[in-house]
Design a protein around this ligand. Structure first.
Ligand code: GLV
Length: 332
């Protein structure tokens, strides 16, 4: 059996690399910066397995450069950076990291709700800029989160975890999904509605749906106009789900009250982006799953997917399991 060649696209802790090292030759990009595309294409040439991040585009071009590639382990739950159909056509397995980041990402989503409603970014900037004036009874007012209506677009694992947090704030939770989410309805009292109803009735509209052809640009001017002028848009999924130019105008013109974004298009957001001129837009740099424990769990799961696959076992979290051999492992 030929030895495996494993390519890792970022500096990762030894405890992760230690899972991969016994599996074959390890070629790890030892930098905290994104691997340059040409370098990735060059390294892909020998790769049997590739452990990558959302910053890498895994597409037809890369696959052409990677004739030996059998598995791509994406260290993320979302995989819009990967052309899954192209991988499947070539019999290459894709794995992702669902489950291990659910609670951490739900924490961040809830933090975004609170940060927007209570103007935390704006307040912090004021303090640092020496603009903290006398206490005013009607100064710096925000909106209540408790007892408000939360609308979740795309209620999956993370949405469910957010809905649990919302219960503690006595919120009414609406959601919009293709299918019914039984646990959300039966245990948490969430109510399934269509997108327009969700936009009209929610005080906080939280986007958690994956990015795909259907959801790209899902929230644009007509949708923002359906929202209440007092409402907030929160995006903890992927930037391109929101038409950012439309969002800028809606925030500037008071069509909605504010937005909290963990994701933008592009990332990083250039300093010249007009959203950065607005006080009612709170932005953080794609940190949904960014806690020490969760990032370690995600990278470990990605490495374990590769280890299982190369040892002929079914990997824990395949995205396109149809390419697996009947036994579950590598077809090589
Ligand atoms: C992060 O954005 C992820 O999809 O895990």
């Amino acid at each position: 059996m030929p030895t495996s060649h494993l390519v890792v696209t970022r500096n990762l802790p030894e405890e992760i690399l230690g899972i991969l090292r016994p599996l074959g030759t390890l070629d790890a990009w030892e930098s905290d910066d994104t691997i340059p595309r040409q370098m990735l294409l060059q390294k892909a040439h020998l790769a049997t397995a590739l452990l990558c991040l959302v910053t890498e585009r895994i597409d037809e071009e890369l696959l052409v450069h990677a004739p030996q590639l059998r598995i791509v382990a994406n260290v993320a739950v979302g995989y819009d950076n990967v052309d899954v159909a192209a991988l499947t056509r070539r019999g290459v397995l894709l794995t992702n990291t669902p489950g291990v980041l659910t609670e951490t990402t739900a924490d961040l989503a809830f933090a975004l709700i609170l940060a927007g409603a209570r103007r935390l970014g704006e307040g912090e900037r004021m303090v640092r800029e020496g603009k903290w004036g006398p206490w005013k009874p009607f100064g710096f007012l925000g909106r209540d989160v408790h007892h408000a209506t939360l609308g979740i677009i795309g209620l999956g694992r993370i949405g469910l975890a957010v809905a649990k947090r919302a219960q503690g704030f006595d919120m009414r939770v609406l959601y919009c999904n293709r299918g019914r989410q039984a646990e959300a309805e039966d245990k948490l009292g969430c109510q399934r509605v269509d997108l327009d109803t969700l936009l009209r009735e929610s005080d906080f509209v939280l986007i958690l749906t994956p990015l795909n052809a259907e959801t790209r640009g899902l929230i644009s001017t007509p949708q923002l106009r359906l929202m209440k002028p007092s409402a907030y848009l929160i995006n903890a999924a992927r930037g391109p789900i929101v038409d950012q130019a439309a969002l800028y105008l809606a925030l500037r013109d008071g069509v909605i009250a504010g937005a909290s974004l963990d994701v933008t298009d592009p990332e990083p957001l250039p300093l010249t982006d007009p959203l950065l001129t607005l006080d009612n837009c709170f932005i953080v740099p794609h940190v949904g799953s960014a806690t020490i424990a969760t990032r370690i769990r995600m990278a470990t799961l990605a490495a374990e997917n590769i280890a299982a696959f190369l040892s002929g076992h079914r990997p824990p979290t395949p995205v396109n399991p149809e390419v697996l051999m009947p036994g579950g492992g590598a077809n090589c």
